[in-house]
Structure formats: C-alpha cells, structure tokens
Write a protein that binds this ligand. Structure first.
Ligand code: ATP
Ligand code: MG
Length: 330
C-alpha cells in the first residue's frame, strides 16, 4: 500500500469548504487504498499570532472535525503533531541542507509575512518543518491544495539532495492535487484563495457554520454584472468558483451545470447551490460535537495515533541521525 500523509493547521475554530474540497475529501477517500497518516499541525500554527488556550481548543476541534468528516482511526493514524517530537528534530537537519535563497523564494512566506505585524523566523522556516513532516513517514503521496505545490517541490528537492549526499534515506514524495478543486476562492474576493487565517467573514464557508449561514454566504457571493452561468476563470472568477464548488459537491460536471442554468440568471443557480452546500456540509457540525463530547475517547484516539506515528517517525529520524554523524537519541 502506498504511504499517504497530510496535515492541517488548527488556525481557526472551523475548517472551510476550500480545505474540504482541496484536501480533506481526498484524505478520507485515500484511507481505503493506502497506509495513511493525518495530523493536526499545531507546530505550524504557532508561526502566526496565537493564544495558547485557543490553540489547544482548536487542535481538539480540528481532530473532532476530521473524525466527523470520516477520517477513520481504525484505518489511519490520526494525531496532533506536537505529540511527535521527531518533527522538529528532523526539521533541524533539513534546515542545514536548505539554501537561504531557496527558502526565500517560498510565496506562502511572502504572502503571510506581509499580513503579520511581526514576522518570525518560524514562519520563514515553516516549509522546512513541513518537509520533515512528510519525509519522516517515507511518504509516497501528499493530498493537498494547489497552494502547497511549491512546498512539496522543496520537500522533493531536499529529499533528493539528502539522498545524494548521504545515501538513500528518504522516499521522494509526490503531491496529490485534484485539479478541479485545487484552489477554492474566497466568495467575497474571488481573486484570493479561501483561507482560515485571512478570510473575509462573508467570503468563507466554514464547515461548522449553521446551514442558514452557509446559504446566506453562497447567495451573497460576488459574481459579475452579466447574468450568464459560464465557466471563465479570467473574466468570471466568482461564477467559476461557484461552478467548481457545485460540480464537486453535487457530483456533476461544469458542462452539465452550464447547460442546466442557461438563460436562467444567477438567482436560481445560487439558490440551488446554497441547498447543495447546506445539505452536504450541514451534518458535520453535529457529528463534530459528538466527538468533542467524549473527551477521554478523543484523547485515546489521538494518543494511539501518535504512538503509531512515532514508531515510523523515530525509525526515519534514527537513520538520518546516523547518516549525518550524530549520536543516536537515547
Ligand atoms: P491558513 O490561512 O491558516 O494557512 P488554510 O485555509 O490555508 O489556513 P491550511 O491548514 O494551511 O489551511 O491547509 C490545509 C489544507 O487545505 C492544505 O492541503 C491546503 O492546500 C488546503 N487548502 C487551503 N486552502 C484551500 C483552498 N482555498 N482551496 C483548496 N485547498 C485549500
Ligand atoms: Mg494555509
């Protein structure tokens, strides 16, 4: 079975429809055909402003949401990154292999640092920790959204470089990106990707929103002054984004939707999409609450996941330690 790994940051109280369609839906689908490791990456989340209590709670809610979406702890290791200390340890080694210029080219850092009052070294080295996350598990495939492609490229470069210098140590991973839903846009600003940490309140459909909030956000999505439901990312980014969401959640195609709404304007189209979104995502909130209600059981699942993860991670770390000439961890 191929090894699959991915992570999501606990940077808000809820995931959004972009996370779901770009990544999390693939996480659930891949469980059956692969050996999967899925984590809540709280180490990454402290690279932007955070409050300790809020972070801790968000990690719990994140894990509960993943379970509610269908991540099955019998099939996949589900864990919180901070419970596996091998991650920052390998990141240190990979940092010593990364060129400063190479790291400086990462566009996520440029975007995020521009929005922060104070930019940290942690935000700068974020992609190196991400490379460690992936390489520790000898990962074949990483299901992510398009925004992570550049970090995956860096991860591959580091794996190849390390293997060339020290001998075969890491599997070189491939990104698993579903083209149609690789970048879901903010509904209010359809030129920007939907994001947890910088969402416009009306532009981001959260999985834990009330169904009526979801409907309202879809109905007030920015479109354009035409009245034609047509896919054209350049000239009609708002409508094209809604078509992508509709096709993915409604299990249909953009061509069929264009034909169905020909000559009918945006009102019907948005109204129907609002129902599709509310129907498919509405039940997630209640299921999340159920998983949150049993704290002991949630902790048990996460501890078991972390134990399984550490078995794999510690083996890879020991190998890397030896290769670079370190003493073994005791
Ligand atoms: P943040 O603003 O804190 O970075 P985020 O919404 O970008 O939050 P992440 O935790 O960084 O979420 O990413 C989790 C996963 O969701 C990644 O695989 C990422 O590529 C994917 N993803 C994030 N936003 C989108 C989007 N708008 N469309 C598709 N996939 C997305
Ligand atoms: Mg992100």
């Amino acid at each position: 079975k191929p090894r699959v790994l991915s992570g999501i940051q606990p940077t808000s109280d809820s995931f959004h429809i972009g996370n779901y369609l770009g990544a999390l839906r693939q996480w659930v689908a891949l469980q059956d055909t692969s050996d999967a490791f899925y984590m809540v990456v709280d180490l990454h989340a402290i690279t932007v402003d955070h409050e300790p209590k809020v972070l801790h709670q968000r990690s719990r809610v994140s894990a509960a949401q993943l379970l509610a979406l269908g991540v099955d702890p019998e099939k996949s290791a589900l864990f919180v990154q901070s419970q596996v200390p091998e991650h920052p340890m390998l990141a240190w080694i990979l940092g010593a292999e990364t060129g400063f210029g190479e790291a400086s080219r990462m566009t996520q850092f440029k975007d995020k640092s521009a929005k922060q009052e104070r930019t940290t070294v942690g935000l700068f080295t974020y992609p190196i920790l991400q490379a460690a996350d992936i390489l520790l598990y000898q990962t074949d495939q990483v299901p992510v959204g398009e925004d992570q492609r550049q970090h995956l490229e860096l991860t591959r470069d580091l794996a190849i470089r390390f293997n060339t210098t020290y001998g075969q140590t890491f599997i070189v991973p491939e990104p698993h990106i579903v083209k149609e839903t690789a970048t879901i846009k903010d509904l209010a600003e359809p030129e920007k990707k939907m994001s947890k940490s910088s969402a416009s309140p009306r532009g981001c459909v959260y999985l834990l929103d009330e169904p009526n909030q979801m409907r309202k956000k879809i109905k007030s999505a920015v479109t354009d002054s035409e009245a034609e439901v047509r896919y054209d990312v350049e000239h009609k980014p708002g409508v094209s984004n809604l078509l992508n969401i509709y096709a993915a959640l409604g299990n249909t195609t953009i061509e069929k939707l264009e034909a169905e709404y020909a000559g009918r304007g945006y009102g019907d189209f948005k109204g129907d999409l609002a129902e599709v979104v509310a129907d498919s995502l509405g039940p997630i909130a209640a299921r999340t609450k159920e998983y949150l209600a049993d704290k002991a059981e949630l902790d048990r699942i996460l501890t078991a996941g972390a134990e399984k993860a550490r078995q794999v991670a510690s083996r890879t770390l020991a190998k890397a330690y030896k290769k670079v000439g370190f003493y073994p961890p005791v």
